[in-house]
Ligand binder design. Structure first.
Ligand code: GAR
Length: 216
């Protein structure tokens, strides 16, 4: 069975969506480890409630970002994962870490990248006056929130939207596109050609999600 390692820093709603997809047998895989850089991360609680091994690794024990990433990379390699999933992991990863999981490391970002990269993407979209925003699942490369795009969902931004309201509208789709992308990758349907990702036999040209959701 394919194996996933998840890195998360916070609430863990994307982790929960992935767990649900596995429970519902939509994704044929297991999560063998959830790692967090935040002791209080609700994601750790979700992992333990679901009998998934989880660890908080305290960044303050490490002299450098590199040292931290080398340590967690070793922990992750021991799990021999098919996929490493960043689910609200809020630390910037070092180049060496990214190299060691190239093609197996994915992230979800709450904007239509390349718009509004970095922190507080939803707030940036509201303040910018964007009329659409959304979410993106992408492979992780050394450029922050900018790797090859697997799937995106678009949502409208309304004049009276607060950051919270837009975040909720986007999150609804995060919980669909992340499990879908993971399923496609683990079924070997994902081809990366430079910056371009193509999903074999997927339906392209659809709104609000492109390529079209199949299982979520
Ligand atoms: C999600 O909205 C995710 O897209 C975002 O953090 C939130 C985590 O929520 N990630 C980033 O901004 C990464 N740059 P969750 O902990 O409930 O999954």
């Amino acid at each position: 069975m394919k194996n996933i390692v998840v890195l998360a820093s916070g609430r863990g709603s994307n982790l929960q969506a992935i767990i649900n997809a596995i429970k519902e047998k939509k994704i044929n895989a297991k999560i063998s480890l959830v790692l967090s850089d935040k002791k209080e991360a609700n994601a750790l609680k979700i992992a333990s409630e679901n009998n998934i091994k989880s660890k908080f690794i305290d960044p303050s024990f490490f002299a450098s970002r590199e040292g931290y990433d080398i340590y967690i990379a070793e922990l992750i390699k021991k799990e021999n994962p098919d996929l490493v999933v960043l689910a609200g992991y809020m630390r910037i990863l070092t180049d060496k870490f990214i190299d060691s999981f190239e093609g197996k490391l994915i992230n979800i970002h709450p904007s239509l990248i390349p718009a509004f990269q970095g922190l507080k993407a939803q707030k940036k979209a509201v303040e910018y006056g964007a009329k659409f925003s959304g979410c993106t699942v992408h492979f992780v490369t050394k450029e922050l929130d900018n790797g090859p795009i697997i799937i995106q969902a678009v949502v409208p931004v309304l004049p009276e939207d607060t950051e919270k309201e837009l975040s909720e509208r986007i999150l609804f789709y995060e919980h669909k596109i992340y499990p879908q992308a993971i399923k496609w990758i683990l079924e070997d349907r994902v081809i990366i050609e430079g910056r371009k990702v193509v999903i074999k036999n997927a339906k392209y040209g659809t709104l609000p999600v492109n390529p079209a959701l199949e299982d979520f």
